[in-house]
Design a protein around this ligand. Structure first.
Ligand code: GLN
Length: 475
């Protein structure tokens, strides 16, 4: 099939009759079945997607279509879609059917996007490799012996292998940006509160955010402007107006770019360092002002992130007790043994580890030493960013310390796994937006991601900077 620069271009072909929406959907369905070895999807909606294509084709004929008409989207299986399963890749929700639709997903549907299926992910979005899934690991389309990253690994792999136009993922500590980097696609985590969390299965509620994966900046911007905005069903959603990100990509202001020295220390793979440094030199030549900055509390981000997110997770996941929904063990003799047996068999080992860690840091004797202390450090990390954004428009870093690792390489070493989020968790701690864009390959031909961070609600700057960097790299 012909390649399109972005969805607007594709839509023109559809409107002019040169491309049939139904053929387009069938093309993706064929690719999905040809790439079943990637294990990117938990469920594919063959019939429904074709029916939607027919309906939307008619709307186009009548001139009544939405702005994402025909955009084929895959949705991470932690987002609710009414009358479809939402498994969170967990045994405990394997047979759970959603009774409502997440706001972000509904907004895509309202603009006539076509939802093609639910993507595989780490169980309850906990992980960095997509190996913690009851449906088995997702494979990286660039090298199938390697992980696609996580937790939104299925969404990243599906976009990278062109099994759909774009996808939704979620990011609590890097789960959009890290897999985007590993698979060589664009992934954006918005400001906390920019996109309603209604219908997103809660992991760590003060960190969770929903965002797009795409193969071009324009589509990512279109999706973000569609899913953003105030929602009565999520009191933490912001009522700040939503800019038309996609129409402002070419604004030519030369942004000030900050380079935080703490993100270039030990542990950063040399090929990634070189690629990032080359990108910085190109920006300099093209008139961007590059400023060295410091984010002094960077060394505490991983510890702070794992103290706070496990605490929130232990509380959020208490609802899966076999009573109201999800898996219930039938081998119990009392209420307490029903809880125990259902949770023991329902959850996988990483989720159990987080629940135990979180329960511990919240326990009466340790609350002050761990949870309260971590809350204070979270504020200090946020203050670092507030200071930095007085000087610069965006901050530029590597997305990850290494490129995609082998399946099995880190699955027995949780600490090593946690360290793959060393550059991404800070954005969630501070509630700021971040984007990962592909800027090249390492010596194994594996994709390298560059991360840009901006102040709260300044996604427009991220898109602009990302757009100019990608243009410069490809020029
Ligand atoms: N990999 C991180 C974790 O395991 C981030 C997960 C996420 O962003 N959902 O918690």
């Amino acid at each position: 099939m012909h390649h399109y620069k972005n969805h607007s271009e594709k839509l023109k072909q559809i409107i002019s009759g040169k491309l049939s929406l139904k053929e387009n959907v069938k093309h993706f369905l064929k690719r999905i079945s040809d790439h079943s070895h990637l294990n990117a999807f938990n469920e594919v909606f063959e019939q429904e997607a074709i029916q939607q294509a027919e309906l939307i084709q008619q709307k186009i004929k009548d001139g009544k279509h939405g702005k994402l008409a025909g955009l084929v989207i895959a949705v991470k299986d932690v987002l609710q879609l009414k009358d479809h399963k939402t498994t969170c890749s967990s045994n405990i929700l394997k047979n759970f059917t959603s009774i409502y639709t997440a706001t972000a997903v509904q907004k895509l549907i309202d603009e006539d996007a076509i939802i093609i299926g639910k993507t595989n992910c780490d169980e309850f979005a906990m992980g960095s490799s997509n190996e913690n899934s009851v449906f088995g690991p997702v494979r990286n389309p660039v090298d199938t012996e390697r992980v696609p990253g996580g937790s939104s690994g299925g969404s990243a792999a599906a976009v990278a292998a062109e099994l759909c136009d774009a996808a939704l993922g979620t990011d609590t500590g890097g789960s959009i940006r890290q897999p985007a980097a590993f698979c060589g696609v664009i992934g954006l985590k918005p400001t906390y509160g920019r996109v309603s969390r209604f219908g997103l299965t809660a992991f760590a509620s003060s960190f969770d955010s929903i965002g797009p994966f795409a193969n071009n900046i324009h589509d990512a911007a279109m999706i973000l402007e569609t899913i953003s905005g105030k929602d009565e069903k999520d009191s933490t959603s912001s009522d700040l107006p939503v800019p038309f990100y996609s129409t402002r990509l070419d604004q030519s202001d030369k942004l000030k770019i900050g380079i935080p020295k703490e993100y270039f220390g030990e542990g950063l793979a040399s090929d990634i360092r070189t690629a990032i440094e080359n990108a910085i030199s190109k920006l300099k030549i093209n008139g961007f002002e590059i400023i060295d900055i410091s984010l002094p509390h960077t060394e505490y981000t991983i510890a702070t992130y794992y103290l706070l997110t496990t605490a929130e997770a232990s509380s959020n996941l208490a609802r899966y007790d076999g009573t109201r929904f999800g898996y219930r063990s039938d081998e119990f003799d009392a209420l307490s043994s029903m809880y125990k047996k259902s949770r023991s068999k329902g959850f996988g080992s990483e989720v159990k580890r987080r629940i135990m860690l979180g329960t511990y840091v919240l326990s009466a004797g340790y609350y002050d030493a761990y949870y309260r202390k971590a809350q204070k450090v979270r504020r200090l990390i946020k203050n670092d960013f507030d200071e930095a954004f007085k000087q610069v428009d965006v901050i530029l870093t590597p997305t990850t310390p290494t490129t995609a690792f082998k399946i099995g390489e880190k699955s027995n070493d949780p600490l090593q796994m946690y360290l793959s989020d060393i550059y991404t968790t800070s954005a969630n701690l501070a509630g700021i937006p971040g984007i990962s864009i592909p800027i090249g390959k390492d010596s194994y031909n594996l994709p390298i991601g560059l991360q840009l961070l901006a102040n709260q609600f300044e996604e427009a700057k991220l898109f602009q900077a990302a757009n100019s960097i990608l243009n410069e790299i490809h020029s």
